[in-house]
Design a protein around this ligand. Sequence first.
Ligand code: NAD
Length: 349
Amino acid sequence: MVSTIGGGRRVSSYKELKAAVIGVGAMGQHHARVYDQIPTAQLVGMADASAEAGGRIAQLHHTVAYTDYHRLLDETRPEVVTVAVPTEFHHQVALDALEAGCHVLIEKPITATEEQAQELIERAEVLERKLMVGHIVRFDPAVQALKERLKAGELGRIFQVRCRRLGPFPARVRDVGVVIDLATHDLDMMRYLTGQEATRVYAETEQEIHSIYEDILVGTVRLTDGTIGILDINWLTPTKVRELTVTGECGMFLVDHLTQDLYFYENAEANSERWNAISLLRGVSEGRMIRYPVRKYEPLKAELEAFVRSVVDGKPVPVDGWDGLAALRLARALVRSGCDGRAVLMREL
Ligand SMILES: NC(=O)c1ccc[n+]([C@@H]2O[C@H](COP(=O)([O-])OP(=O)(O)OC[C@H]3O[C@@H](n4cnc5c(N)ncnc54)[C@H](O)[C@@H]3O)[C@@H](O)[C@H]2O)c1
């Protein structure tokens, strides 16, 4: 029920929340595009420190841009705001948006430090505003399908979760290293898919081409139930790889995030009648490979729709500040482990 009137503005008969974006660089411009597309939101404006960037994206969406985000908040009075400025500014910008009465979706990682994250979570609670963190990988439809299959017990006990996130260095990321920038996605995945918390992490990190921070990580994460997490993450590989495998009693699931494909490599032993009878894994052998059909969907669209829905329905957001803080804590523990050359026990932090 969306129609267009002169100047290209959309008019909708659905209940729309007034939405705004602060920081319309590489990621924020997509938040602006998606708010402009979804019928439950009306993009009322954006702010970017760069007048050129803000002006260009605002023009695309027939709306207004400010260089000072305080003016955006004062003059357009958005109900929901995405914060997509560089990580070092997340805390202040999100705090100001919460104080202005907005529900806030903050890009990952939640903030640069745990103290900042804690303060944001507490302020959001006091102000009764929603605070969601943009852990977008959860909204990959292949991950959603995998989560459903894990919940249904199709893998049996989980042994290992392995995440590979490789690619060239994005020159615009100057304020954090690859662990805080990328591993937060995968640490969140490990918690989300297994429902377990990490007890111990260990990292090998190195700084090869980045001028300040580490740009390669090989890490391990031990989860409460003994599941082992493996992180293979860098900004040094000339081709982009985004892959997740979950291995358990009944076989191995593989998600290719780039194509949103979900595969299952079956353990023939676990599929046999003998295993069903004794419910105890005695061996592993190669079985069928199944490619499950997954309906492709833009993860960012699913994420913003879920955020807006939580605000409209007064329900909890699907990824809250505590999830963001948990991923950040683990990432910072990995950075520390990489520097000290020792495993970090999470309970000792
Ligand atoms: N979810 C994902 O997959 C994903 C992908 C990329 C980036 N990100 C996150 O999004 C955030 C932004 O990253 P990016 O790659 O888009 O960075 P970017 O540098 O491309 O864009 C940041 C924008 O913020 C603007 N900005 C800086 N300070 C500002 C301020 N005080 N007020 C208004 N605008 C300001 C800059 O001018 C720039 O246009 C980071 O936290 C990053 O981790 C998430």
